[in-house]
Every structure is written in C-alpha cells, then in structure tokens.
Design a protein around this ligand. Structure first.
Ligand code: NAP
Length: 337
C-alpha cells in the first residue's frame, strides 16, 4: 500500500573530499501523484557507490554534479506501485537511477530493466548490476586476460574487485588480491578463490607483489590509484594491461602526494594503461547480464552483500566505503520485499 509520505535524502552542502553524513538531510514530502504515462516506484534497496563522491563534486566528471537541494542520485531497485504505462504492471520489480528516496515517479526510459525475482532482487544492484557489469567489461574488454596470466586486483574483496577476481579465475588466470585487513584477506581466499592475497596495511606491498609475481603482473585491475598502484606498477610484465577502474585513495589526498613517474616503465614494458567507464557499454548490458546470471546460478560466481536497514543510514554510508568498512556490496533496505 502506498504510504503517506516520501522520505528523500537531499544534498545539503557540497563536500570537500569525502561526503559525510552532515552533507545530506532527510526531508519528508508528499508521495508524487501519477501523471503523463509515468510510473511510481516504491524503492526497496538503495545502492551506495564510491562513485557518489564524484557525483556530488563540482569538479569536472563524466556526469553533471547533483545540485544542492536535489535528491541524491543513486541506483535503486523497487516495485512498481502504480503505472501509467502499459509496459509496466504494479508489483513488478524494476531497477534504475531512482535516487535515495522512498518513491520515485519516473518516465519509462529511466527504468533500466525489469528484475528477475528468481534470484534475490538485491543482486540487481551489485553482482547483477553496476558492479558485475563493471567487472565483466573492464576485465574482459580492457584487461583482456589470457589463460595462465597473473592478474593483480586492488579492493579485491569489494563488490567490483571480488567479481573481477572470480571472472579472472574462470578465464584461467592466477589471481592476486590486494586488500586492507586480515578479515577481508580471508574472505578473498575462502570465498572468492584468490590464489594469494596481500594485506597492504601489514605488509610491504611492493616486495610482496615482487615475490608473488616473479614473472611480472600481466593485468593490473586498479580500483584505488595511489600508493597501491605505485607498488604494483613496479612489477608489470612486458605487454601488461592496466585497467583504471577506480581511484578510491584519491579523495583522501590533501595535498596530493608525490609519486614515482611511470612513463619509462610503461615504455620499456610496452604496457597499456586505459581508463574505463561502465556506462560506455550500456548497449551490451543484456549480453553480460545473461552470462553473469548463469555464473551466479551455477555457483561459479559468488557475491557478498552488506545490507543496513532504514533510509537514515544513507547519509553516512558513502564515508563508510572510504573507511574500508564494507565487507561486500553496500546496500540499504528501506522497505520489505
Ligand atoms: N569506472 C567505472 O565505470 C566504475 C563503475 C563502478 C565502480 N567503479 C569503481 O570501482 C571501485 C570499487 O567499487 P565498489 O563499488 O566495488 O566498492 P568496494 O570495493 O566494495 O568498496 C570500496 C573499497 O575501496 C577501498 N578503499 C577505500 N578507501 C581507500 C583508500 N584510501 N585506499 C585504498 N583503498 C581504499 C576499500 O577496500 P579495501 O578495504 O580492500 O582497501 C573499500 O572497501 C571504486 O573505486 C569505484 O569507484 C568504477
């Protein structure tokens, strides 16, 4: 049943660096009335992404910044509550950019796709959503791993990283994970099948990568930039592919640190470093989702979700990712399924 009010998380002030809870406020407003062929969606799961830091920043990015006072941009999965469009029926599960709010009144084109309820619908925001798609296309199209090659993955236990490590194993690679704690290193080995894992907080990462990759790193899947990359790049092989997927360490740089220059190493090793944006592959999502779904259903691809309850946990949730607290895909459940 449609509830009386719509709680929305608004951007209150533009953060300097990592967005904190105080940069947001929750307002209650009326649930929008259905009109003009639109669809009213009751959000159930809200997604939390490291990329949200960029979405609220005024610094040039691949998308316009969320305006001050605007509903926080976010992927969400919910149920069609009322429909003014024949393609969507009340009760169906759908996913798309619905924002951090209880209800979203959207045009049909805002709905990315219908969600298959035979798997937990939360997966549509993680392993069968942005994170799985990112891992799939960035690894296979940019990293182009070959059987027998060695791949190093940073943020190895995270939503994207854990998927990258497992797809690389499916493709016959040797996988080395880099992460921040003993608990995450254990998850990497036990659940995601990494051949070796380095905890960068308690080991000399550069020496560890050198020891674990005596023939060099063929693919470096970079989710962090910064000192982790500096260490791994020391060990790239001839013909290495470096996938620049994320820059998780950058928001805490103040000032930006000095670092080794990589140009000579890239030249000598004839390596390729390439940036990646998942939205560039939107016309191929269905193809990847079919494969990812098969892998999940057959148990080849495992995933972890960390779900908190209540929209009140949204404002502080981005900062928690940048404190490395999440043990898997960070989601917020705001209504029962
Ligand atoms: N290019 C694209 O199209 C695209 C699309 C989706 C996601 N991404 C990127 O992919 C990366 C992973 O995203 P995700 O959603 O799967 O998040 P995630 O890995 O589940 O969570 C973020 C992780 O980043 C690591 N981290 C945070 N602050 C750090 C720091 N200062 N130094 C080093 N590591 C730090 C932590 O992992 P540890 O505890 O292991 O250090 C943390 O758990 C992010 O950088 C994200 O922006 C890119």
């Amino acid at each position: 049943m449609t509830q009386a009010t719509n709680r929305q998380v608004l951007l209150k002030s533009r953060p300097k660096g990592i967005p904190q809870a105080e940069n947001f406020e929750i307002q209650e407003t009326a649930v929008p009335q259905i009109q003009d062929g639109r669809i009213l969606i009751r959000n159930i799961y809200l997604s939390v992404e490291p990329a949200m830091r960029g979405w609220v920043s005024a610094v040039a990015n691949y998308s316009e910044p969320v305006p001050i006072g605007g509903v926080m941009r976010a992927f969400a999965t919910g149920r069609v509550d009322q429909s003014g469009h024949p393609d969507f029926v009340p009760g169906e599960f759908v996913t798309g950019m619905f924002g951090w709010q209880d209800y979203a009144l959207v045009k049909p084109e805002t709905i990315q796709r219908k969600v298959d309820p035979s798997l937990p619908i939360s997966t549509s925001l993680g392993i069968l959503g942005l994170n799985g798609l990112t891992a799939y296309f960035a690894l296979l199209e940019v990293g182009r791993p070959e059987p027998g090659e060695t791949i190093v993955v940073s943020s190895a236990a995270g939503a994207v990283g854990s998927c990258v490590g497992q797809i690389a194993k499916i493709k016959g690679c040797r996988t080395i994970g880099v992460t921040s704690s003993v608990a995450k290193a254990k998850i990497c080995s036990d659940e995601f099948g990494y051949d070796a894992v380095v905890n960068y907080n308690s080991n000399d990462l550069e020496r560890s990568i050198g020891r674990l990759c005596p023939d060099g790193v063929n693919v470096y899947y970079d989710n962090t930039a910064g000192s982790i990359s500096d260490a791994v790049l020391q060990h790239i092989s001839v013909g290495a592919r470096i996938v620049i997927c994320g820059t998780a360490s950058v928001p805490s740089w103040d000032p930006p640190p000095l670092a080794p220059r990589v140009e000579r190493r890239i030249l000598v090793r004839r390596a390729r470093m390439q940036g990646f944006l998942v939205f560039d592959y939107a016309d191929r999502y269905d193809e990847a989702l079919a494969i990812l779904t098969d892998w999940v259903k057959s148990g080849k691809l495992r995933y972890r979700e960390e779900i908190t309850n209540g929209i009140e946990s949204a404002p502080g949730s981005i900062a928690s990712l940048y404190r490395s607290e999440n043990m898997g895909k960070r989601l917020i459940r705001i209504a029962p399924e």
